[in-house]
Ligand binder design. Structure first.
Ligand SMILES: Nc1ncnc2c1ncn2[C@@H]1O[C@H](COP(=O)(O)OP(=O)(O)OP(=O)(O)O)[C@@H](O)[C@H]1O
Length: 784
C-alpha cells in the first residue's frame, strides 16, 4: 500500500494485568477486573440484543425490498477459497507453509517480550520523542510521569486539542467572565445532587430495583448517582463522564421511573420519551439496556434506526410506544412520513453522544427534531467529550440545565493503559506489517482495530483472513444485517479481531475487549478518547495501542497531556526484524489480496444482476401496490446531507473554526454537472420533492398546521415536569405568531392552500411529478 495510506494513524493500547484467557472460539474472553466497580458483576446478560433485531429485520420486509436486496457476499468464503488454492499450489510445488514458520518465530519473540513486561512491569518502549539511544532510559524507568515528561519536553506549541475539544479542560482555564456566564446559564447542581451510594436511597420503584438486581447493578456509578436524583425532579441535565461509566442507565432509569406514573389506557398512549443517538449500533445497544431495565414494567420501547424495515417501524410507532430510541435521520423520516407518529406529547428528550451527532452533520436534523418537541419537555444531554458546538446545542435545547460533570479532569477510564508505538517516516510502508506483528504475537483476542477508512478496514480484514486470523469488519459499507452480525460474532468471541472505522468508536459496550489498536491516528482527541474507551469499561482493565506517525505527534502530545497523573502511559517497541519479515510476507501476499478483491467484485456484479432481475419481477407482480404508495418526503437530499456532513466534520476538525471557505473551495474544484446527473430514480424523486417543497414557500405554515392539529389530540403528560422558563415558552409563542402572520390563519385553510399548491393528498401515479406536499396530505387525513 502506498505510504500515504498511513499518514494518519494513532493507536493506543492498555496492558491488562491478567493474561488474556482464550478458551476456544465460542467462549467468552477472559477479562481482568478492577475492584473499583464491583468486579463480581455479570454484565453480560442472557440473550443477545442483536438476534432479535436480525429477526425483526427479516420478519417484516418491504415488498420492494424483498428479493431485491443482494444476498451479502461472504468474504470469508472467498478468503478460504484463496487460502486453499494457495496451500494446494504450494504442496504441488513442494514448498512448506511459510505462515507456520513465521508464526512460530513470532510466538518465540512474543514470549520474550511478555517476559520483559512481567519483569519490568511495563512494555518495552520506544521513546516517541527521542532517538533510539535514549530509549533504554525510558524502558528502565518507564513510570507514567516520565512518559508524560517525554511528551512535554518537546515544544508544546500547537497542542490545540486540549482547549477546543474538552470542556473538562476548559473548566480549568475558565476566566471569571466565563464562570459567571456559566453560572447564569446552568442551575446549581448541589441542591439536587445528594450523595447516593445505593440505588435504594433514590426512591426508585420496585420494578426498577428488581431489574437492577437482575442486571447486577449493585451500586450506582458516580454519573448515575449524580444524574438520577436530578433527572427525577424533571430538571434538564448536561452529563459528562468518561467512557464506560454507565451514562446509558443514568438517563434510562429516571425515564422509566417517571413513566411508571404516566396515564394509562389506550387513549393515553403516547410517545413520551425520545433518545437520540448517532449510530444504529448504539441505538440497538441503548434499546437493549432500556428493555432490560423496564423488564418488570409495562413500558413499551421501540427502536427506530436506518437499515431496518420501515414498515415494521411504522407499525410499531402506530402503537405509540412510551420510549423511542432512534437515530436522527430515520426519526425525521418517520416524523415526516408516518402519519400517526408525533412528538407532541414528549416529556423527556435525551441527546446521547451529542457531539458525535453534531460532527456527523446531524445539526439540521437535531434542530428540526427539537422544534417538533414541546418546549415544556425535560432534556438531558450526555457525552464523554464536550465541544463548543455541544455548548451551542445546550443553549438551543436545554432550559437552565444542571451541569453534572463527573471527574472532569479525567479523560480516560482508570483501568486503561495507553501505549504508543512510533512509526518512523521511512517505515510508514510497514505499518500493516507492524499491526500484524502486534496481533500475531501479543494481542491475540478481544482486539478491536480502528482504521481510517472503510476500504482500509476491508483490506486489512482480507489480510488477516489470509493469515488465518479470525476477523470481522464493521463500517458503513456493510448492510445493517452485516453490521449487526459482525458485532454479534465479535461479542460472542467467535472472532478475535474486529476491523472498524469510527462508526464503532462511540458508545459500543462490548464485554471482553481487551485491547484497542489504533492503526490510524484519529484527527481529533475526542475521537481518540472514544476509541480507547471501548476497553477498560465499567471498572475493568484494558489496553490501547496507538501507532503514531511523524505527523501525529501533536495529537500524541495532547493525549499524553490529557492523561491524569496516575494514568499509565507507555511506549512500546516491536522488533524491526520481525516487522520486516512480516512486511516481506505481506508483500508476497499482494496477488492473493488482489485476487480476493477481484473475486468479490465479480460476486457483487453477479448479485447485482440477480437483484435487478428480481426487482423487475417484483415490479411486474406488485406494480399496483408499488405505485399506489404515497411518496415519501425527505428532510435532506443525500447531497445536502453529504454537504452538511462535510461542513460539520471540517468544523469539528478545525476546532469549530470557520470551515465554510474550504468547503466552498472544494466545491468549486468539482466538475459542473447537471443537478440530476448520476442520481437514481428514487434520489431524483427525492430531490424534486424537496425543491418543490422549498418553492412552495409555505412549508413552514403546513408544518405548523400539522403540529397544531396533532396537538389538539395530545394526551396528558407524565408526572409533573419541572416548571419551564417562561422566557422560552414566550419566545416560542412569539415564534409561532410570527410564523403564522401573513399566512392563512387556520390549520384547515393552510392545509387547503397547501393542497392547491402542491397537489397534496393525491396518490402518486406513474409519470407524475412528485412533490413534497404529499406528506401534508397524509397528515391531514390523520388529523381528521
Ligand atoms: N451501576 C452499575 N454497576 C455496574 N455496572 C454498571 C452500572 N451501570 C452501568 N454498568 C455497566 O457499565 C458498562 C458501561 O456502561 P455504558 O455503556 O452506559 O457506559 P457509557 O458511559 O455510556 O460509555 P460510552 O461513553 O462509551 O458510551 C456497561 O457494561 C454497563 O452494563
Amino acid at each position: 500500500m502506498a505510504p500515504v495510506d498511513y499518514v494518519m494513524t494513532i493507536d493506543s493500547d492498555d496492558e491488562v494485568s491478567e493474561p488474556v484467557v482464550k478458551t476456544g472460539k465460542s467462549s467468552k474472553r477472559g477479562e481482568p477486573e478492577d475492584a473499583q466497580l464491583n468486579p463480581d458483576l455479570a454484565f453480560d446478560l442472557s440473550g443477545d440484543p442483536y438476534t432479535d433485531l436480525l429477526f425483526e429485520a427479516e420478519a417484516a420486509p418491504d415488498v420492494i425490498q424483498s428479493g431485491t436486496k443482494p444476498v451479502p457476499i461472504s468474504v470469508d468464503d472467498i478468503i478460504a477459497k484463496r487460502r486453499l488454492q494457495r496451500t494446494v499450489g504450494k504442496r504441488k510445488r513442494g514448498i512448506e507453509d511459510e505462515d507456520e514458520s513465521l508464526d512460530s518465530e513470532y510466538s518465540n519473540a512474543d514470549d520474550e517480550e511478555e517476559d520483559k513486561e512481567d519483569d519490568g512491569g511495563s512494555s518495552s518502549g520506544e521513546d516517541l520523542g527521542h532517538d533510539a539511544a535514549s530509549d533504554e532510559e525510558d524502558q528502565s524507568s518507564a513510570s507514567d510521569d516520565e512518559s508524560h515528561s517525554d511528551g512535554e519536553d518537546e515544544d508544546d506549541e500547537g497542542v490545540a486539542f486540549s482547549e477546543g475539544s474538552s470542556s473538562a479542560d476548559d473548566s480549568d482555564s475558565e476566566t471569571r467572565a466565563e464562570k459567571a456566564r456559566k453560572d447564569a446559564f446552568f442551575a446549581p447542581a448541589d441542591d439536587a445532587a445528594e450523595k447516593h451510594s445505593s440505588f435504594l436511597t433514590m426512591n426508585l420503584s420496585r420494578p426498577i430495583l428488581k431489574s437492577l438486581t437482575t442486571l447486577g447493578f449493585q451500586t450506582p456509578t458516580p454519573i448515575q448517582a449524580a444524574t438520577i436524583p436530578v433527572a427525577l425532579l424533571g430538571k434538564d441535565v448536561v452529563g459528562n463522564a468518561v467512557t464506560g461509566s454507565g451514562k446509558t442507565a443514568a438517563f434510562i432509569i429516571p425515564m422509566i421511573e417517571r413513566l411508571l406514573y404516566r396515564d394509562k389506557g389506550k387513549k393515553a398512549a403516547a410517545t413520551r420519551c425520545l433518545v437520540l443517538v448517532p449510530t444504529r449500533e448504539l441505538a440497538a445497544q441503548c434499546y437493549d439496556v432500556g428493555k432490560k431495565l423496564s423488564a418488570h414494567t409495562d413500558i413499551q420501547i421501540t427502536l427506530i434506526v436506518g437499515g431496518l424495515s420501515l414498515k415494521s417501524q411504522e407499525s410499531a410507532l402506530r402503537a405509540r410506544p412510551d420510549i423511542v430510541i432512534a437515530t436522527p435521520g430515520r426519526l425525521i423520516d418517520h416524523l415526516r412520513n408516518s402519519p400517526s407518529f408525533t412528538l407532541d406529547a414528549l416529556d423527556v428528550l435525551v441527546l446521547d453522544e451529542a457531539d458525535r451527532m453534531l460532527s456527523e452533520g446531524f445539526h439540521d436534523e437535531l434542530t428540526e427534531i427539537i422544534k417538533s418537541c414541546p418546549p415544556s419537555r425535560q432534556t438531558m444531554l450526555f457525552s464523554a467529550t464536550m465541544t463548543d458546538s455541544v455548548d451551542e446545542l445546550v443553549k438551543l435545547s436545554l432550559n437552565k440545565p444542571v451541569r453534572l460533570f463527573v471527574d472532569p479532569k479525567r479523560s480516560t477510564a482508570r483501568g486503561l493503559i495507553q501505549e504508543f508505538v512510533r512509526v518512523r517516516a521511512r517505515k510508514e510502508s510497514e505499518r500493516s506489517a507492524l499491526l500484524v506483528a502486534l496481533c500475531k504475537r501479543t494481542f491475540k483476542s478481544g482486539v478491536i482495530i480502528f482504521l481510517r477508512s472503510k476500504k482500509l478496514a476491508h483490506q486489512m480484514r482480507i489480510v488477516f483472513g489470509l493469515l488465518g486470523m479470525s476477523c470481522e469488519e464493521l463500517h458503513g459499507d456493510l448492510s445493517q444485517e452485516q453490521r449487526l452480525k459482525a458485532l454479534q460474532h465479535f461479542r460472542d468471541g467467535a472472532v478475535d479481531f474486529l476491523m472498524a472505522t469510527d462508526l464503532a468508536s462511540r458508545g459500543l459496550d462490548i464485554k471482553g475487549i481487551n485491547t484497542v489498536i489504533n492503526y490510524d491516528m484519529p484527527g481529533q482527541l475526542a475521537q481518540y478518547l472514544h476509541r480507547v474507551g471501548r476497553t477498560a469499561r465499567a471498572g475493568k482493565k484494558g489496553r490501547s495501542v496507538t501507532l503514531v506517525g511523524e505527523s501525529d505527534r501533536k495529537l500524541l502530545k495532547a493525549a499524553i497531556k490529557h492523561a491524569a497523573a496516575e494514568d499509565q502511559v507507555r511506549h512500546r517497541t516491536v522488533s524491526s526484524e520481525i516487522v520486516s519479515k512480516w512486511a516481506d510476507k505481506l508483500e508476497s501476499m499482494k496477488d492473493d489480496i488482489a485476487a480476493v478483491l477481484r473475486d468479490e467484485i465479480e460476486e457483487k456484479q453477479l448479485r447485482r444482476a440477480e437483484m435487478e432481475l428480481t426487482k423487475g419481477q417484483n415490479m411486474i407482480e406488485h406494480e399496483e401496490e408499488i405505485y399506489s404508495r404515497p411518496a415519501r418526503t425527505w428532510f435532506q437530499t443525500s447531497k445536502d446531507k453529504q454537504k452538511a456532513e462535510a461542513v460539520s466534520k471540517a468544523q469539528h476538525e478545525a476546532g469549530h473554526g470557520p470551515s465554510k471557505n474550504s468547503i466552498e473551495a472544494k466545491d468549486a474544484t468539482k466538475p459542473k454537472r447537471d443537478k440530476f446527473s448520476g442520481l437514481s430514480r428514487k434520489a431524483k424523486r427525492r430531490k424534486l420533492a424537496l425543491e418543490e417543497d422549498e418553492n412552495s414557500n409555505d412549508r413552514k405554515a403546513v408544518d405548523a398546521a400539522i403540529r397544531s392539529v396533532k396537538k389538539a389530540s395530545k394526551p396528558a403528560r407524565i408526572g409533573e415536569p419541572e416548571k419551564r422558563d417562561s422566557k422560552r415558552s414566550n419566545a416560542s409563542q412569539k415564534r409561532r405568531k410570527s410564523k403564522s402572520s401573513g399566512k392563512p390563519s387556520g390549520a384547515f385553510e393552510r392545509d387547503m392552500g397547501q393542497r392547491s399548491a402542491g397537489g397534496e393528498g393525491v396518490r402518486a401515479k406513474r409519470g407524475d411529478v412528485i412533490g413534497g406536499m404529499k406528506k401534508g396530505g397524509k397528515r391531514k387525513g390523520k388529523g381528521k
